[in-house]
Structure formats: C-alpha cells, structure tokens
Design a protein around this ligand. Structure first.
Ligand code: CA
Length: 221
C-alpha cells in the first residue's frame, strides 16, 4: 500500500519513512510541493501525509488544489502549529486528520490505519473478506475460524493490498510497484509468483485466482 509523505525536515522524514516501512507501507518521500505534485501525477496513493511549511509553499495550498480538482485521497496533516485556528483551517481545507509536532510515531501509524479503515468502510481491526481474515496489527491471517498464521513482511503487504482491492485484476507489475519503492531496483516479476504461491498455502487456491496473461484477482468466497 503506497503512501505519499511530504516533509522537508530530513531527520523527521527519514525516521517516518522507516516507521511506515516497518508497518508495511511503501512510502514515496517528497520534500517540496513541486516534488509531491510530480509524484501525484504518476503514482496512485492510498493516503498522503502533508507537512504545512515547505520551501516552496504551504501543504495546505496543495491540499486545497487537490480538493478543488476532485482529488479525494485521505490526507493527514503534520504541523508544528498547534493553535485551534490552524486546525480549523486545515480541516476546512479538506484534511481528514491532523497531528501536531512533536508526536509519537505510534500515534501517526494508528491514525493512518484508522483513516485507511474508514476509507474502506470498515470499523473492526481485522479485515475479513469471505473466509479470509487479516489481523493488520499482528500481521497474521486465518481462514474461517481456524488458527492464525504469522506472515512475513512481504506476504502481509501483498495480501493486505489484495484485500483492499478485491475483485480487481492486478498485474504482476502493479503488485511489484506496491511492494518496492521507486528508488529501489526493480525486482523480477516472477518474485510475485513466489509470494502468491506462499499465500495460497494459507488461503487455498480459490482466494487468489490467476488470470492468465493479465495477473491475479482476490476473490472473497
Ligand atoms: Ca517543514
């Protein structure tokens, strides 16, 4: 699942990217409004985290432009400002949530998960589709009421992506793009086959179906 982080403070950005990666998110880091707009023009994100004070302007102006153009991506604003007026301006500008610096990274992760849950219309902590349940906090999966199986980081990221996009045919290239950051060397597409085979050991063959020549589709049964 890809997130866009717009933050020009190097130390904070580096630390946030690490925490978000540890939680299984793929992160593209932009340090200016211009860079963020370039990423948005070419990539599809599930959520954006925006700092307000950037070298080439305010994250709020970017957010207002997105909302005016109908961009409904969930947005969490990070800022050093903590007056209630700033919060009102941020929320009225179209932000979905707001976090004042300094903050605990665990709180940021919890808020991101809550926003993504809200986006997919879920209220409970576990993501359940058909007989498959994914525990996003503990990165475990189970079938029906069976035992929980722990997943590796990559298995978890891949399965979570499938479960957030059920019924959609996802190509190997699209899935690889979810797993690896733009800056990393592209992995071989057959790596996806390896991970799909591993997930099918837990899920059986019918949950992730192969569409020959097109990719894979998660089917909730
Ligand atoms: Ca800043």
């Amino acid at each position: 699942m890809k997130l866009l982080l717009l933050e020009d403070d190097d130390l904070l950005a580096e630390s946030l990217v690490e925490s978000l990666k540890d939680s299984g998110y793929r992160v593209d880091l932009a340090t200016s409004l211009k860079a963020a707009e370039a990423f948005m023009a070419t990539e599809a994100y599930e959520l954006a985290i925006l700092d307000l004070g950037l070298p080439d302007g305010s994250g709020l102006d970017l957010l207002k432009r997105w909302r005016q153009s109908g961009q409904g991506l969930p947005v969490l604003i990070l800022t050093a400002r903590d007056t209630w007026e700033d919060k009102v301006v941020g929320l009225e500008g179209g932000a979905d949530d707001y976090l004042t610096k300094p903050f605990h990274e665990a709180e940021l992760i919890a808020r991101i998960k809550a926003l993504l849950r809200r986006k997919s219309g879920r209220l409970s902590r576990d993501l359940t589709l058909g007989s498959v349940s994914l525990d996003e906090a503990n990165q475990c999966v189970r079938m029906a009421e069976g035992p929980w199986h722990p997943l590796t980081g990559t298995e978890f990221v891949l399965l979570r992506y499938f479960m957030h996009h059920p019924g959609r045919v996802l190509s190997k290239e699209h899935l690889l793009n979810q797993l690896y950051a733009l800056s990393q060397d592209a992995a071989a597409p057959n790596l996806i086959e390896v991970y799909i085979a591993r997930l099918r050991r837990y899920l059986g063959k019918s949950s992730i179906q192969t569409r020959r020549g097109q990719g894979y589709v998660f089917v909730a049964d």
